[in-house]
Design a protein around this ligand. Sequence first.
Ligand code: SF4
Ligand code: SF4
Length: 353
Amino acid sequence: MSKVYFLKTENNSSDELLAGKLKALIAKEELFNFIAEKDMVAVKTHFGESDKSGYARPVILKRIGELVREKNALPFMTETSTLYKGNRDNAVIHIEHALKQGFGFENTGMSIIMSDGLYGDEEIDVPINGKLYDSVKIASLIVKSHGLVCVSHFTGHLIAGFGAAIKNMGMGCASRKGKMVQHSTAKPEIMPELCTKCKQCVMWCPAQAVTMGDDSAVINNDKCIGCGECLAVCRFDAVKYNWGATYEELQKKIVEHAFGVYKANEGKSIYINILTRISKDCDCMSRYENICGDIGVLVSHDPVAIDAASLDLVEKFSGRNFSDMAYDIPYRFQIDYAKEIGFGNADYELVEC
Ligand code: SF4
Ligand code: SF4
């Protein structure tokens, strides 16, 4: 059974207050003892697509960086490039975007170094001996750094069911090729008879894969990266996914990539899930729809245990199944599949702090 520490918060409590309590908890429980002097420690986060999304705020990262420095180690924030064109598809614009979002040194006390290099192609094959892959392609610095602090904002997710530590590791720490491999099977289809030509999907597709044809929107499968944004924005049910072939497949791929991240940092990682500003969609989406009151922060050395505990807490606090709050798909599949491949431990002991 894995320990998961739970720090409860009041609804709409300040980020500053929460960050201070998190720092005190980590120090008291000596949770950063895996960090040694002179270690270069990657603090993986998500800088948010817009200032409206619910990403972990800079002050949380600042306190984490301070704790790493107290070990006489060197923290740096890190991220990877997205597959789709936008604010975050290469290192230069991604870092500029992060700075605009408030993640500068003055607010976090850390520099930003992209794990997958300038173009998202710097990667290391990590052997996992999984059911789908013998090895997975993980961003170089996630493997080369001497420790990993993975800070994840808990959200719903259109295809993965929910996004937290496993998703942040599996997709968020994969190189561009690793991400491509994960997205390769999920492709949507337009139903022309239902399409009203409202152009929402054309406007929101991050890969510019949708154009307007004579009778309906048209998807270019060569450009499509399977992100599901078109499905989310279409109000007329004109976009269809073959869910049976996608959600299970994608979740398995995410979990196996997350396993690679975990293995590359075995004994040298910790996971922090932020359960505030919980949204229906992940932080890659620019829209924000809050689906649950603020719950708190969880910390664990086990990414599977922390995600299982996060899901349970969200359902307990809201009194609803997560599929009624976000998307109606089997949202515990990630956890179940992790168990199947011997990754982490879904059984946890919740330590309320
Ligand atoms: S959002 Fe839906 S209805 Fe609008 S153009 Fe796209 S497929 Fe057609
Ligand atoms: S899934 Fe839809 S929105 Fe995403 S890349 Fe493909 S066509 Fe574009």
